[in-house]
Design a protein around this ligand. Structure first.
Ligand code: ATP
Ligand code: MN
Length: 499
């Protein structure tokens, strides 16, 4: 009965089903620009970038940085309408697609009707049709998508996100949604944001004065996740291969160009996998993402390449890079990453003239957690390419990393990228229950609380490994943007949660 009704509805659509809404006839400017002009009638909608000589509108709809030139024949449109065509006003224009006489474009739209959808007061609109600094645009993050730089960055960010899913889907990985609110402080790092509905000023207390979380929303202390890994391991030990791609939160007070309090991370986790498989996957993954953008966002990359060259012109010759953005990306997809051990990395640093001339701010010796200056020396000065460093001292790494036979190091790996530093952190996980429990004991991590995690080692444990790729650092690498605040739509950093 139901099916019949539906069929009838399809068979004989009521008259009103033929929609006359204004938006369904719209063609995206990107597509218009790729069309051979032959006097077609088209309708476009977008925002005015500039309006010259009461005739030429540069219209942008966000599908590309290329504006469509809309030509308003002199005398055909009332002055009152022309006055309202101002920067960032929104327009609906219908007209005829013709070959362009101006240089720089093949087609232009000869306007027949122009509707102003929304006015924009040029006295009040905060962005001028000129170059603004990235710092200034951060204060206007609600409007910065309307600039070429952010148009390119966010279209590339979108492409990268799409490519992440495509890469893992093609390999048969399952996309697992790990929780955002958790009760485990996975790394034991303590840099978490607490989640609580208790009255902040006057929370219920235990007899010893500590906060009584039993009365809290979840009946225990909870926080925003710093990593989906522990839950990811649960997925991997059933599905074989999973990945997560979600927001992570760290209350670390690091005001750098590479840290956010809220960032997105991709965390694949693979059963039947060792450290070398893990490194191979990470390398293939990064190269895949770059290649995807080179193939699908060539014009946005070209815009950013030129932008970066202009920016570099301000720098002294010695600080400019040998390769431009596109050459750098090409180099990374064409060449294997360097692979060294932590011990070798420390030796290289100790042998460097940079070290001997005391140019490192932080000391170098076996056992240190390498600072960003050390990582950048390795990739930018020494190897001049991405480097995979393995075998870190166990003291500076997390409890779940697999212990090597030397008793001093663990099967960890970090991938360091030029201009970024650490872009990936990963490891083979400790699958041996006794070793894992011993290490947790040494590091003061309560085994009772992670009973569910330890169950994976009790019931069919397997060698497994995984890594975390910081999505924004990847976007930085591909776009060449120097500050991580410029590759996420609404950055969250210490003392900043506007928009
Ligand atoms: P770092 O030493 O740079 O702070 P980390 O050792 O804390 O990094 P991991 O815990 O291994 O990093 O996280 C995995 C990945 O997530 C990192 O390789 C990096 O790409 C990214 N990442 C870590 N912290 C941040 C942050 N605060 N903002 C943006 N990305 C981050
Ligand atoms: Mn960190």
């Amino acid at each position: 009965m139901r099916a019949a009704v539906i069929f009838a509805a399809f068979a004989a659509p009521p008259a009103c089903a033929i929609s006359t809404t204004m938006f369904n006839t719209r063609i995206k400017i990107k597509d218009v620009l790729a069309t051979e002009p032959a006097e077609q009638q088209v309708t476009v909608m977008g925002w005015v970038r500039t309006f010259r000589n009461n005739q030429f509108v540069a219209l942008n709809d966000g599908s590309t940085n290329q504006n469509l030139q809309v030509v308003l024949t002199l005398g055909e449109f009332p002055d009152d309408l022309l006055r309202r065509i101002t920067t960032s006003a929104s327009l609906k224009v219908s007209g005829t697609l013709v070959p362009s006489l101006g240089k720089g474009q093949q087609v232009e739209l000869k306007a027949v009707t122009v509707d102003i959808l929304g006015e924009s007061d040029p006295e009040k609109y905060p962005l001028q049709p000129k170059k603004h600094s990235l710092e200034f645009l951060r204060e206007k993050a609600h409007l910065r998508f309307r600039t070429n730089t952010f148009g390119s960055v966010f279209r590339i960010r979108h492409s990268l996100a799409f490519a992440v899913h495509q890469f893992f889907h093609n390999k048969g990985f399952l996309y697992l949604h790990t929780p955002i609110i958790t009760a485990s402080d996975a790394e034991g790092a303590g840099e978490t944001f607490h989640v609580s509905t208790l009255p902040a000023g006057n929370p219920p207390r235990n007899e010893d004065g500590s906060i009584n979380y039993a009365e809290d929303f979840f009946g225990r202390a909870t926080n925003l996740t710093v990593s989906g890994q522990l839950e990811g391991e649960l997925g991997a030990t059933a599905f074989g291969e999973i990945y997560t791609f979600g927001p992570t939160f760290r209350a670390e007070n690091s005001n750098t160009a590479r840290h956010l309090a809220e960032f997105w991370m991709i965390e694949p986790e693979m059963a039947f996998c060792d450290l070398e498989d893990n490194a191979n996957l990470a390398e293939e993954f990064i190269q895949y993402l770059i290649r995807f953008v080179m193939e699908n966002n060539a014009d946005d990359l070209e815009f950013l390449r030129t932008r970066l060259l202009d920016e570099e012109k301000m720098k002294p010759q010695a600080e400019r890079s040998d390769l431009d953005l596109v050459q750098k990306l090409q180099f990374v997809v064409d060449n294997k990453f360097e692979r060294i051990t932590y011990t070798e990395a420390i030796d290289i640093l100790l042998q460097s003239s940079h070290y001997k001339k005391k140019k490192f701010q932080y000391d170098v010796k076996w056992g240190i957690d390498m600072q960003s200056e050390h990582e950048r020396y390795l990739v930018e000065r020494h190897f001049k390419k991405p480097v995979i460093v393995t075998g870190y001292p166990k003291e500076i790494k997390a409890f779940y990393m697999r212990q090597n036979e030397d008793g001093k190091t663990v099967a960890a790996m970090d991938i360091l990228a030029p201009g970024i530093g650490e872009i990936v952190g990963g490891s083979q996980r400790e699958e041996r229950l006794d070793r894992l429990e011993t290490r947790m004991g040494e590091m003061g991590i309560p085994t009772e609380e992670l009973w569910w995690y330890l169950d994976t080692r009790r019931f069919g444990t397997v060698p497994h490994a995984g890594f975390g790729l910081g999505f924004e650092r990847m976007v930085q690498f591909v776009t060449g943007m120097g500050n991580i605040r410029d590759v996420i739509a609404f950055p969250r950093t210490p003392k900043n949660a506007e928009f």
